[in-house]
Design a protein around this ligand. Structure first.
Ligand code: 5AD
Ligand code: SF4
Length: 440
């Protein structure tokens, strides 16, 4: 028997894992539930808990089942539980078969139906929707919240047609779909009206965004006209969709921040081919040359996978060499994780765990070295920071530099764009002081 449940929820909590798009989806779900008259629960106790899950790596499903178990309260009851996101999409009805402690399973393209699914669950039904309908959830989601944080996300594109052989995203998020121009511009205006000073345009392949013959750089140019919007970013890009216009936008549009997250995954052409990346190490570097010509100070971030099936010591050395040639401001690196249903999962020559561990350590040490070097370059300089949230100590605020570095500042207010003198730098954050304004 499952634990007793209160089936008429008045409060809710959404917990998002994984990428920024999940954070965005989580906010939209919260707005949707809010529009239904539910209120967000402050503490741990909520009548309805939405676990907005990620399936990109490792034992994602196992982690979700243990999270579900932990929702049980001391008195033996539990909240109404919805599993959303990519694990919901990948596992579907299997979740209902495996546990009695979940009431709703809802995929990333169906969460606009959450209110109906909650109503079904309230009637004691085990609700499920993992459809990928042709009509978009965006057409029926309520308008954006009246107040938002200074830095807001806006999904413009979803899904992936690239089919890298290691990746689940084409299966969990579906085919590449671009939202229409006017829907995006309207949402951007609503976000700015609600207090956003920075917007990050999101997509699994954001630079593949296209609508009526217009491309991402056209959209960026349009959003840059919003007077209250100070900063524009976009993520995640694919090297093959790096159009000339987008590169030029980094030269021509001051509000477009000097930061590019452009995953390359490996420095070995043999491995890139096995990954079905359809670019080579050199063609990637050639793109960066053009980007840096357009915007010399641009910060380059990336993603790397170590231990892809068949990766030899020599292939891994090529990855290290690649990182040295790029010079990252930051980068993410992961051990290869076989994902059920992907081609790479059944490739021969899976790499031993110890080998992966050792490679990951060496790669991460190199990346940390580069992060420190990049951050050190800002020490002694004055830079503009968007203050995003309070820091650990009273009076402290945390914000971002144009190059997406985390800056701990000694004053100002959330939402302010301030000049900050950088006095110290570590691998993951920098310390700055707001200069005294001497002349009135
Ligand atoms: N194993 C390890 N890392 C992966 N990524 C995607 N799929 C896998 C996998 N199966 C990494 C890639 C991608 C980032 C979001 O996650 O580096 O760019
Ligand atoms: Fe994770 Fe990818 Fe889904 Fe984002 S899209 S939540 S990274 S599996």
């Amino acid at each position: 028997m499952g634990a007793p449940v209160n089936r008429s929820p008045k409060t809710f909590r959404v917990k998002s894992f994984g990428c920024q798009m999940n954070v965005y989806d989580g906010e939209r779900m919260a707005e949707l539930l809010g529009a239904q008259g539910l209120s967000p629960a402050k503490g741990e106790d909520a009548d309805l808990v939405v676990l907005n899950t990620c399936h990109i790596r490792e034992k994602a499903a196992e982690k979700v089942y243990s999270d579900i178990g932990r929702l049980r309260r001391e008195d033996g009851t539990r909240p109404l539980v919805a599993v959303a996101g990519c694990v919901a999409q990948a596992e579907g009805a299997e979740i209902h078969r495996r546990t009695k402690d979940v009431d709703i399973v809802v995929g990333p393209q169906a969460y606009h139906r959450l209110p109906e699914l909650v109503a079904e669950a309230a009637r004691g039904k085990r609700a499920l929707d993992t459809d990928m309908p042709a009509a978009s959830k965006f057409d029926v989601l309520p308008s954006r919240a009246k107040t938002v944080r200074p830095s807001a996300y806006l999904t413009v594109q979803e899904g992936c047609d690239k089919f890298c052989t290691y990746c689940v995203v084409p299966y969990t998020r579906g085919a590449e779909v671009s939202r229409p121009w006017s829907a995006i511009v309207d949402e951007a205006k609503a976000l700015v009206d609600a207090g956003a000073r920075e917007i990050t345009l999101l997509g699994q392949n954001v630079n593949a965004w296209e609508h009526d013959g217009r491309y991402l750089h056209d959209l960026i140019e349009e959003l840059a006209k919003l007077p209250r919007l100070a900063r524009i970013r976009y993520t995640t890009s694919h090297p093959n969709d790096m159009r000339d216009g987008l590169i030029a936008a980094h030269r021509d549009i001051p509000k477009l921040m000097p930061f590019l997250h452009l995953p390359v995954q490996s420095g070995s052409d043999r491995i890139l081919k096995a990954m079905n990346r359809s670019h080579s190490a050199n063609s990637y570097l050639a793109i960066l040359d053009r980007v840096r010509e357009a915007r010399p100070d641009i910060a380059i971030s990336g993603d790397y996978i170590v231990g892809f099936p068949g990766e030899t010591d020599q292939d891994f050395e090529a990855t290290l060499q690649m990182v040295r040639r790029i010079g990252h401001s930051m980068a993410f690196s992961f051990k290869y994780s076989p994902r059920p249903g992907t081609p790479a999962a059944s490739m021969p020559d899976q790499v031993a765990r110890e080998v992966m561990d050792e490679r990951l350590q060496r790669l991460q040490a190199l990346i940390v070295e580069q992060q420190i070097a990049f951050n050190q370059r800002l020490v002694g300089r004055r830079t503009e920071v968007l203050l995003e949230r309070p820091g650990k100590y009273p009076g402290q605020l945390i914000g971002k530099s144009p190059w997406l570095q985390s800056i701990v500042a000694d004053g100002g207010a959330v939402g302010d764009l301030v000049e900050v003198d950088i006095v110290a730098a570590g691998p993951n954050s920098l310390t700055g002081v707001i200069p005294e304004i001497l002349a009135a």
